[in-house]
Design a protein. Structure first.
Length: 187
């Protein structure tokens, strides 16, 4: 009769080897599955990001049209008393088109950057001129030359603005810096 203890021992060893192999393969499967799920999530995020970038780029190409319509309205205000009935109707049509554009932008999550009574922020504003004669505090926005747009915290296009920059303040700040450097050198 064969030795039962020897057979049981070899069966146990074989079972343990198979169990170890199963555990290793199962662990590998779990890791591959997790990697695949992460890949799907990342691919989905990438697709969304590409779509959003495409929308932003298309809208950027569209913004100069809105700018020209806005400029048309500004010019019409200057000549409002000289416009005949047909031109006034035309201007009303331009206003409606600009409203529709603003509505489309808003529906796409794009907002106009507010510049009225704001402090200059280089992240969302582009200073086209500095008015050193202004009585306003330094870096205060005086006027907007072109609207800027922001979406989801990202600046789509900075607002082009005129900024105050008082010479007196500049001179005072420069003299303070010079005095501070001189004091540091004396020490």
């Amino acid at each position: 009769m064969p030795n039962e203890k020897g057979d049981n021992k070899s069966k146990t060893e074989e079972y343990n080897k198979l169990l170890d192999k199963f555990n290793a393969l199962n662990d590998k499967y779990i890791r591959l599955y997790a990697d695949f799920e992460n890949y799907k999530k990342n691919a989905s995020k990438d697709k969304l990001s590409i779509a959003e970038n495409s929308i932003r780029e298309n809208i950027k190409d569209f913004l100069p049209i809105a700018d020209e319509l806005e400029n048309t309205l500004k010019m019409s205000d200057k000549f409002a008393d000289k416009l005949d009935e047909n031109m006034l109707a035309f201007i009303e049509g331009v206003k409606l088109i600009l409203k529709k554009i603003d509505s489309i932008l808003q529906n796409k999550g794009i907002e106009v950057i507010d510049t009225e009574n704001k402090q200059f922020d280089p992240n969302i504003h582009e200073a086209m001129m500095i008015d050193k004669q202004s009585k306003l505090p330094k870096n205060k926005i005086i006027a907007q030359l072109e609207r800027g747009y922001i979406t989801k915290g990202l600046c789509l296009r900075p607002a082009k603005v005129i900024v105050s920059g008082r010479e007196k303040e500049d001179e005072e700040n420069n003299s303070k810096l010079i005095n501070a450097k001189m004091e540091e050198e004396d020490e």
